[in-house]
Design a protein. Structure first.
Length: 137
């Protein structure tokens, strides 16, 4: 790596570790809308329930069996969607924790002293290191 590339990478890391950049990265993982879940659940519920009811009617089952199958499908779909949403939310939380661990490693790798050695010290660098250190300790 030539000195220009090294200096460029150092400036890039400093920029990535400004308080606003860290907050922005962490905020990206917090956004979860439930509207999309509701729409997917409603579409999936309508399609599969219609398919079950149509098959039961086509199979010549009695009305009570058709109704029971329709409600059973609605309950099963609801449970399936709830479990899927739980697992998806859990995965998002784990992703946020991984992002925090990555930030901790970056802070350990480029502490204030290292940042001053590799680049011209600036108020932005100092405040980023102080903010990051306070955030993760």
């Amino acid at each position: 790596m030539n000195p220009n590339e090294f200096g460029s990478r150092t400036r890039e890391l400093e920029t990535e570790h400004l308080p606003q950049a860290i907050a922005s990265r962490l905020a990206m993982h917090r956004r979860h809308g439930h509207l999309g879940d509701a729409v997917l659940g409603a579409v999936d519920g309508c399609v599969t329930t219609f398919a079950i009811v149509a098959a039961a009617v086509g199979g010549g089952f009695s009305e009570i069996v058709v109704i029971v199958l329709g409600f059973a499908n609605l309950l099963a779909d609801g449970f399936s969607m709830a479990v899927s949403n739980y697992l998806g939310t859990k995965s998002e939380r784990e992703e946020v924790e991984r992002a925090r661990q990555t930030e901790r490693k970056h802070i350990e790798t480029i502490p204030a002293g290292s940042a001053k050695r590799f680049a011209n010290s600036s108020p932005a660098t100092d405040s980023a290191v102080k903010f990051s250190s306070a955030l993760w300790t």
